[in-house]
Write a protein that binds this ligand. Structure first.
Ligand code: HEM
Length: 314
């Protein structure tokens, strides 16, 4: 459905941003929100012009791919009322119970965004998920990422494949170039693993990439250059950034200079969040009125000059 980005919509976006900030900080869910934004956008196919940040991840078929099939019913019973006791139970349980409860837990982020959506029904899912990604980076200390609203919601799930963590550099290039993203984007965006962790129940991998997975900084690259550290994770796709001759210089640069990483990350994240998105042209009403006023005044002046000139000429 088309999004009419009028003054009211912009106000709603700012309120949503505030709600997301409070929610993400209080629930420490920045990593999963960033991953949500990435997974909604990362289906983009630049040639076919399909997929991208269009909110399609909200559809069960895409959301349950490849995990958690059949648990939608249980999730549907969850209300805000049930979430808090459930979370308490999840965090205080041992690893075996965590594994059992995980399928429900992994749906939690969806409920969180539903919570915000219920408060701001005009905001598209596509804008909501991308705004959540931008806010997640910002509240954990990362760079400010400019956000342009107006994404349309898809009305069916996307097909686009996401990168396989067991593959190497050429796979990364194939998938990211399908999205229209470059080598520089691949390395900068992989720095998103400065946040969060892998969960055995979800991906078969376990552990964080950095010592402080709730802080957005350049430590992902610092750790990558150090080599394997007990307790920290490096996927095959992460290691590929070290081994590939074109990726490696960016890894070194971002490990050495956090400002350079932040600049590059903000550019690449904005690109990712706008794949296939053409922001609607919007002329603010204040500008329209002002422009009209100036045009009328200019017309009166020109008319007066012409009239005077023709009178003198007679
Ligand atoms: C380059 C290809 C990528 C691969 C193969 C990959 C793979 C993975 C895997 C396997 C996990 C663990 C999931 C789990 O077990 O919970 C993960 C988590 C994560 N990924 Fe990626 N990822 C990639 C790129 C990205 C990008 C581009 C971003 C964001 C810009 C990102 C952000 C995250 C975050 C924040 C988490 C942690 C989520 C959490 O803590 O719940 N990843 N990724």
């Amino acid at each position: 459905m088309a999004v009419n980005v009028d003054a009211e919509y912009l106000k709603e976006i700012e309120k949503t941003r505030r709600d997301l900030r409070a929610l993400i900080s209080s629930r420490n869910c920045a990593p999963i929100m960033l991953r949500l934004a990435w997974h909604d956008a990362g289906t983009y196919d630049a040639k076919k012009k399909t997929g991208g940040p269009n909110g399609s991840i909200r559809f069960k078929e895409e959301l349950t791919r490849p995990h958690n099939k059949g648990l939608e019913k249980a999730v549907a019973f969850c209300s805000e009322f049930m979430i808090k006791p459930f979370l308490r139970c999840y965090y205080s349980s041992g690893p075996d119970n965590k594994r059992l409860l995980f399928p429900l837990m992994s749906k939690f982020w969806f409920l969180i965004s539903e919570e915000v959506k219920a408060k701001h029904p005009r905001v598209s899912y596509a804008d909501l998920y991308q705004l959540a990604g931008v806010v997640a980076v910002e509240v954990t200390g990362g760079p400010a990422i400019p956000f342009t609203p107006g994404r349309k919601d898809a009305d069916s799930p996307d097909d686009g494949e996401l990168p396989n963590p067991n593959e190497g550099a050429s796979h990364l290039r194939t998938l990211f170039s399908r999205m229209g993203l470059s080598d520089r984007d691949i390395v900068a965006l992989s720095g998103g693993h400065t946040l969060g962790r892998a969960h055995k129940e979800r991906s078969d991998f376990e552990g964080p990439w950095t010592q402080d997975p709730l802080k957005f900084d350049n430590s992902y690259f610092v750790e990558l250059l150090k080599g394997e550290t007990p307790g920290l994770l490096q996927l095959k796709t992460d290691k590929a950034l070290l081994d590939d001759l074109k990726f490696h210089p960016f890894v070194k640069l971002y490990a050495k200079d956090e400002d350079m990483f932040f600049k590059a990350y903000a550019i690449s994240h904005k690109k990712l969040s706008e794949l296939g998105f053409n922001p609607p042209r919007r002329i603010p009403s204040a500008v329209t009125e002002q422009t009209l006023g100036i045009a009328v005044a200019a017309a009166v002046v020109i008319f007066t000059i012409c009239y005077e000139a023709s009178r003198r000429g007679k």
